[in-house]
Design a binder for this molecule. Sequence first.
Ligand code: NAP
Length: 254
Amino acid sequence: MEFDFLNKNVLVTGSSRGLGRAIAQRFAGSGARVVIHYHKNRQAAEETLADLPGGPHLLVQADVSDPTSVERMVDTVLSATGRIHVLVNNAGIFEEYPMLELTYEQWQEKWERTIRTNLLGPANTSFCLIQHMKKQGGGKIVNISSRGAFRGEPGEPAYGASKAGLNSLSQSMAVALAPYNVFIYVVTPGFIDTDMTAKMLSGPEGDAIRGQSPLGRVAQPEEVARTVVFLASEGTDYLTGCIVDVNGASYLRS
Ligand code: NAP
């Protein structure tokens, strides 16, 4: 085992499929007890759960854009496990739209849904857990952001803004919570081969997207999952507040 998560409980939001599934698999492969979370796709979540090594693992449903649903999820998870050592805020949405063709009402709907899911979801899930983490001696939170936070998202400005907000939230929390041994990390992937990007990658823009990286391809979910598990592992306390790019040199910043 590369990392040892024996006797550690890990909640991965949006782990029914895509990146979240790969993260859940890697944690379970490192000995963790994993809570698989889904929104609507119970069947995919059950398949993910059935494929995990070790266990016993758990399954939980919640809409992260709904604060009441988030609170219920955290209560359920804590009463089943007693403690969450690692939270990965991974659930998210990306809805492309032609900005200039939207009505004002549509524009507001897109912003509301995206900010509620991608920014308020992680903020609320973290809030519900951090008091417990503090009481129980510490914890780690890894937030899945995006390259779009830096590079902009002309086809989905609310998405870019939600992820830039998530970066800022993470860094504020890192400073506020380090005295309680609660450490916060951000991963900012470029394109990953998941359902979220399937249409774009198989369409006319697919080659141009792959060409954004000098590797000539997009990331596989497992490549991003590796970094997430590393950040949540022992010995990374001093990395708190970091933002780690996993984008195949498709966007460089210094
Ligand atoms: P995905 O394949 O579309 O999966 C999205 C996951 O989020 C699913 O598990 C889904 O649950 C869950 N979800 C969506 N809306 C939710 C809600 N309102 N409440 C609770 N769960 C919800 O996406 P992905 O590509 O794996 O993306 C995972 C994360 O990586 C996201 O935060 C995304 O922004 C980020 N990211 C992705 C890429 C990329 O290229 N794919 C690049 C950079 C960052 P159900 O299955 O139940 O619907």
